[in-house]
Design a protein around this ligand. Structure first.
Ligand SMILES: [Zn+2]
Length: 161
């Protein structure tokens, strides 16, 4: 029996148990081997030293903002920039965020109100950011308004000042 430390492209780490190394390779090739978290079949084998497998658990929370404790800061993405911004965010979360923050208008506490105005064409279309409650962000999403929650990462906040 062989135990391998495996990881997917999103850096989810898990263990796989195989009859042999050949069995592991065969499962990899057939695409049977999938990440238990995101179902990706692009699985790579990690070095088996236990301290390496632990090293990047903090990075995971940065690249997956939905799963972190959100402070309530929310940005609405409107208009054509959306897919472009999304790609940037995926490629380099912090860089993309900084860029987005730089290009969006800070509307502070009137975020939800302003996002609705833009959505219903009562205000010029643009990217905005500001504070709102998670409940409010949820109802904006229900109305079809793209809202993205941003965790406040201290290092990231500092670079904005
Ligand atoms: Zn995964």
């Amino acid at each position: 029996m062989k135990v391998y430390n495996l990881a997917c492209p999103l850096d989810h780490r898990f263990e796989g148990w195989f009859a042999s190394e050949a069995d592991c390779l065969a499962q990899q090739e057939k695409g049977i081997l999938a990440c238990p978290v995101c179902d990706s079949t692009e699985i790579v084998r990690m070095p088996s030293a236990p301290h390496i497998a632990k090293s990047s658990s903090t990075e995971l929370s940065i690249s997956k903002p939905e799963s972190t404790n959100l402070s309530g800061d929310v940005v609405a993405l409107t208009g054509q920039d959306h897919s472009q911004l999304e790609a940037q965010v995926q490629a380099a979360f912090l860089k993309g965020m900084r860029d987005l923050m730089g290009r969006s208008e800070d509307v502070g506490n009137s975020f939800a109100e302003e996002a609705r105005k833009i959505h219903y064409k009562e205000a010029p279309e643009r990217s905005i950011r500001g504070q709102t409650t998670l409940d409010e962000a949820e109802s904006l999403r229900d109305e079809g308004i793209e809202v993205m929650a941003i965790p406040l990462i201290p290092a990231f906040k500092n670079t904005l000042q």
